[in-house]
Ligand binder design. Structure first.
Ligand code: AMP
Length: 187
């Protein structure tokens, strides 16, 4: 399994990515989790990334691609993975494609966890209130959605052109979405 999970913040792709990685015994690669770990550890990368993350902006492509390159290297030849929150720009997608080609590997699928804007706003603003996540405070939430629309949503057409895109309905229950993903894994 070499999948990308695409979707707006709050689509539930992180939860699904973890379940998939667990069930199919592949690596769960979440650039958001990796960056938060770098920030917590106070590394140079963490210090470089923090301001972007606090604003809800994307961390520069070069830093992200270097982090992914190292992670893929650690996984060794012909790795299985679910990518969660990466790629987020066409430059990242191009970089990933080159890296995989260099390993004689390629993606199987890019899955869009599809959720309407109204539902996303409801979920994100609700989560911001419950968890007090600094990057989910209302203004930042709206900004992250805007960043998704402008910089990441073009990847939907990008992977559609490559014949790799599959949409799943992200407005079902967590088990409902996972059921659809399992069917795709079996297809
Ligand atoms: P996430 O947990 O995936 O929502 O990521 C949290 C934050 O980390 C994002 O708002 C970005 O600032 C940063 N980030 C995570 N993944 C990427 C990526 N692939 N490219 C650029 N920035 C990222």
């Amino acid at each position: 399994m070499r999948w990308i999970l695409l979707g707006p913040p709050g689509s539930g792709k992180g939860t699904q990515a973890k379940r998939l990685a667990d069930k199919y015994q592949v690596a769960h690669i979440s650039t958001g989790d990796m960056l938060r770990a770098e920030v917590a550890a106070g590394t140079t990368l963490g210090r470089q990334a923090q301001a972007f993350m606090d604003r809800g902006d994307l961390v520069p492509d070069t830093l992200i691609l270097e982090m992914i390159r190292q992670r893929l290297k650690e996984l060794g030849p012909t790795p299985g993975f679910v990518l969660d929150g990466f790629p987020r720009t066409t430059q990242q997608a191009d970089g990933l494609c080159k890296m995989l080609r260099g390993m004689s590997s390629e993606l199987d699928r890019a899955i869009l966890v599809d959720v309407s804007d109204d539902e996303i706003l409801k979920r994100l603003l609700g989560r911001a209130r419950l968890e007090g996540r600094t990057d989910d405070e209302s203004g930042v939430v709206l900004h992250r959605l805007e960043v998704y629309r402008k910089q990441t949503a073009p990847l939907i057409a990008y992977y559609e052109r490559l014949g790799l895109l599959t949409r799943v309905n992200g407005e079902q229950s967590i088990d409902g979405v996972f059921g659809e993903l399992q069917s795709l894994a079996a297809a």
